[in-house]
Ligand binder design. Structure first.
Ligand SMILES: [Fe+2]
Length: 161
């Protein structure tokens, strides 16, 4: 007979673990949708800024892709399933898909809005993580916030005179 896994007992009450994991699921969904959008823009961007934006978007989607694993595995460490699948992410994400293929600077504008949207989602979860004394989640989310806010600034700078 298989040995039963012990109940999770890391010092965070179950209700708070579930609430944090649910919030992290929304962060994962936002990050995944933004990842896919950024990669799609990398493929489809055209115009005089092609080289700059093609390369910039590659750096950004690579960073996002690497972050997905850390977010999903934090959800697992909290004892919950990590959401996956396109339709699931579509339901959980606060970021809308693009309508067709935007012009180059419209892509930049959409990505500014996307990074800011993830930052807002993260701040909502941060309140719960702080309240539950969940430092690993707060640390992960702090790192993600830094990246999203810095990336939003860099993208926004392309649109400013
Ligand atoms: Fe490529």
């Amino acid at each position: 007979m298989a040995t039963a896994a012990p109940a999770i007992d890391i010092g965070i009450p179950e209700a708070q673990r579930l609430e944090i994991a649910t919030g992290l699921g929304r962060v994962l969904a936002d990050s995944t949708v933004l990842y896919a959008k950024t990669h799609g823009f990398h493929w489809n961007v055209t115009g005089p800024m092609f080289n700059t934006l093609h390369l910039m978007f590659m750096g950004q989607y690579t960073e996002l892709w690497n972050a997905l694993d850390a977010i999903a595995e934090r959800i697992r460490a909290l004892g919950c399933p990590a959401p996956f699948g396109g339709a699931t992410y579509g339901q959980l994400s606060s970021i809308a898909e693009s309508q067709g293929i935007p012009a180059a600077l419209e892509m930049v504008r959409e990505l500014v809005l996307g990074h800011e949207a993830v930052a807002r989602t993260i701040r909502g979860v941060m309140v719960t993580a702080d309240g539950a004394n969940d430092q690993p989640t707060a640390d992960l989310l702090t790192q993600r916030l830094q990246i999203h806010e810095k990336t939003a600034w860099m993208l926004r700078s392309l649109l400013e005179a």
